[in-house]
Design a protein around this ligand. Structure first.
Ligand SMILES: O=C([C@H](O)CO)[C@H](O)[C@H](O)COP(=O)(O)O
Length: 181
């Protein structure tokens, strides 16, 4: 049975992430002047869906690399998503952000990675990546699918906590949702 196995994999990962840690991250995001988000490939898609929902919740949020994204500055925060923690563009952006004195939240499976080293704090997601490194969780799914799924659920949990902290109702969020679709 495939679906129960996938659910079990996701549960194994998520049960290792403390909800208090997510609450801390929600508070940190709420404190930030503006939020910048980066990730490549499917990690980038998870990052973009997080950015979209944070926008619905009232945050000022930008995706790094998009045409209308401004320069990052004091009081701003970067969320950098990389399962491996080694993707060059993500690591470089985290290092540059750190050198500018801004907070970096690294989201990765690997607390020993270059991304973790360039982060102020990390959200450690103990899932599998495309590299299938020795100490990674075993998965039946290809590449970084387990990481992507877990990150998406963790980001949605943070969004829910953020909405409670900022008292944003579904009605408020819906009012910010695109009316050009
Ligand atoms: O798109 C991806 C690939 O399909 C693996 O699932 C990755 O997200 C992309 O290659 C970026 O890798 P990481 O930075 O290690 O997440």
């Amino acid at each position: 049975m495939i679906v129960p196995t996938i659910l079990k994999e996701v549960e194994t990962v998520l049960s290792q992430v403390a909800e208090e840690q997510l609450q801390e991250l929600a508070k940190e995001l709420q404190k930030a002047e503006r939020i910048f988000i980066i990730g490549e490939g499917r990690s980038g898609l998870m990052a973009k869906s997080f950015a979209m929902r944070l926008m619905h919740l009232g945050a000022t949020v930008y995706v790094v690399g998009e045409t209308i994204t401004p320069s990052i500055g004091e009081g701003d925060l970067l969320v950098a998503v990389s399962g491996s923690g080694t993707t060059k563009s993500v690591v470089w952006t985290a290092e540059k952000t750190q050198s500018l004195g801004c907070t970096v939240i690294g989201v990765t499976t690997n607390p020993e990675s270059p991304l973790a080293a360039a982060s102020t704090r990390i959200l450690h997601v103990p899932a599998a990546t495309k590299y299938r490194r020795e100490n990674e969780l075993k998965t039946i799914q290809p590449l970084g699918s387990l990481f992507d799924q877990c990150v998406h659920l963790l980001f949605d949990t943070i969004c829910l906590q953020y909405s409670k902290l900022s008292s944003v109702s579904n009605k408020d969020a819906f009012a910010r949702h695109s009316n050009l679709e």
